[in-house]
Design a protein around this ligand. Sequence first.
Ligand code: 5AD
Ligand code: FES
Length: 351
Amino acid sequence: MTRDEIVSWLICDDPSPLYQRADAVRKEFCGDAIHKRAIIEFSNCCERDCHYCGIRRGNFGLTRYRMEDSQIFAAAQAAAALGYRTLVLQSGEDRYDATDRICFLIRNIKKMTNCAITLCVGERTGEEYRAMREAGADRYLLKFETSDRDLFRALRPGSSYDERINCLRRLRELDYQVGSGCMVGLPGQTPETLADDILLMKEFDFDMIGIGPFIPHPDTPLQNSSGGSLEMTLRMIALARIVTRNAHLPATTAIGSIHPQGRQMALRCGANVIMPNFTPQEFRAHYQIYPNKICINDRPADCAVCVDGMIRSLGRTVATDPGHSLKRGGRGIAQTACKSGEGSYNKRKAG
Ligand code: 5AD
Ligand code: FES
């Protein structure tokens, strides 16, 4: 798809053909199984001050927490006991959680469970990424947020777009399965810059791509912005599916937070992953990156039951394998989730 074609899908009156095509591409290249990833938000301390984010360091009204090692292990074991094969360890960008500690967590969780580990702990040095990979981390999520450099600079003081892209390159070199993605509806974003986001996803050939609506947080400088719409986010997910073919695309918590059926709709427009919250209930309310986040009053077991019901109600199945990347068959990554697996990848390359 060209940039112009992407733009026209973003602004057209009737996106339903786009959604249908995305669903068909998802079925062909990823199958009907939905991968569940248990997310543990182990600390909301953050040194960054991004204008959009509710846990930015400038939000002094927030109760800050760091889960104890034992609490993190208990959450990981609870998810593994429920059959989860991927754990996502997410936190703010917090130097207190030194790489040594994260490596300690990874090594122990790997001993306790048979789960793949995805990290989402922000920009770090190449050495830190290497140490965490050697400790056993399989995947890393680092969203590029927006490919519009000016917007990136305006919204993320002290952070550089080039450095973020460099981090993504480093992660790839270290053989992580790399996830990235963007927000939809940031102030100043246009259909053209969103089209560039899609083209960047294709160019980088990410293993995973998270796309969610921007939701203005009342305690941030963007409190009066209008935020992203459900429909624009669905169009972006559908476009990402069509251009990337077999990237893992989550139905994000953010899309579920702006519409009660948001995640279900995303799963029908190209998404094939869901990430239920396994953060212990006592901490959840403090990890509101955006307001009105779903599941704040639920417990991990509630979310587990809820997403299983959601998957069943969509007529899809639950994946039982770790749900590794469907890309780069040569990286020794299991491809059992994808019937068309490597073949599809080659087809995609050829096409
Ligand atoms: N609305 C929606 N998503 C947000 N994120 C941060 N702030 C917001 C917000 N206000 C997303 C960013 C970040 C991820 C952890 O959460 O994309 O990478
Ligand atoms: Fe948490 Fe539905 S996923 S209650």
